[in-house]
Ligand binder design. Structure first.
Ligand SMILES: Nc1ncnc2c1ncn2[C@@H]1O[C@H](COP(=O)(O)OP(=O)(O)O)[C@@H](O)[C@H]1O
Ligand SMILES: [Mg+2]
Length: 245
């Protein structure tokens, strides 16, 4: 995938493979192109070059509606909820054709909330909810629309540590029921705690891939000034076949 904006190449020939039923973390410093890549996958941005394959088949997304039809949903960094509406009203807005706006919709929201331990009441006003609860409404919204792959853009940035633990429990539950999670972060400790696979993005498009077990702080350490000071580990004598530069 390549995506240029005036004066900047946000994604330069980036290749990422995401395995179904995994939490795949995308880590990199601010401006590394993480959000742009995910917006392309969600049909918000059009790539200049490259293609998206879903289950091996090329797809073209003109809008998020196309991505949702392909089972891909996204929770943005800044929530898109209407505070003065209820959980139910927020969830069904724009998706009235699925289960209407009444009892069937309410039952489906309860079912999803119970299935993943979201503890959301369809009739609660969003303005009365805390940040973690609002985030769960956003996740519920994409599940309601049938998403099997969920992109979360820096979901922990707005959370306190206790809420991060709760979010990770939700993400594990979703993964264990066959969903695929794309988790964007710039915090290595979080990524190591939750991810099955990791893609490191760097400004200009260089990237490395690995798994949490690789503990490749040398690669990941470049993504975050805080981590640059982390002690270097001994280099592996053999390159992992899973990692390409
Ligand atoms: N809509 C846009 N118009 C112009 N430049 C953009 C736009 N979106 C992102 N960029 C630029 O592309 C680069 C990558 O941005 P982004 O994908 O948001 O990175 P990240 O999410 O990793 O912080 C940055 O230099 C950013 O300023
Ligand atoms: Mg971003």
């Amino acid at each position: 995938m390549t995506k240029r904006f005036p004066g900047v190449v946000a994604n330069h020939d980036v290749h990422v493979t995401i395995k179904p039923g995994t939490v795949h973390a995308l880590i990199g410093e601010n401006g590394a192109g993480k959000s742009t890549l995910m917006k392309i996958l969600y049909g918000v941005q059009r790539p200049d070059e490259g293609e998206i394959l879903v289950d091996g088949r090329p797809v073209t997304f003109h809008s998020p509606t196309d991505a949702i039809k392909a089972g891909i949903g996204m929770v943005f960094q800044h929530f898109m909820l209407a505070d003065n509406l209820t959980v139910l009203e927020n969830v069904v807005l724009g998706a009235e054709s699925l289960h209407g706006i009444g009892s069937a919709a309410r039952a489906e929201i309860r079912r999803i909330s119970d299935a993943y331990g979201f503890e959301l009441d369809p009739d609660d006003l969003v303005e009365d909810l805390g940040v973690g609860q609002r985030q769960r409404v956003e996740i519920l919204k994409v599940l309601y629309r049938g998403a099997r792959t969920i992109i979360l853009d820096e979901p922990t940035a707005v959370l306190v540590p206790q809420e991060v633990d709760a979010l990770f429990a939700n993400l594990r539950e979703l993964r264990d029921t066959g969903h695929t999670l794309l988790f964007i972060s710039h915090k290595l400790d979080e990524v190591l705690a939750i991810a099955d696979d990791i893609t490191v993005m760097r400004r200009g498009g260089d990237r490395r891939r690995g798994r949490p077990g690789d503990r490749d702080e040398e690669a990941a350490g470049r993504v975050d000034g805080r981590l640059r000071a982390a002690p270097r580990r001994r280099r592996r004598s053999r390159p992992s076949p899973r990692r390409r530069c």
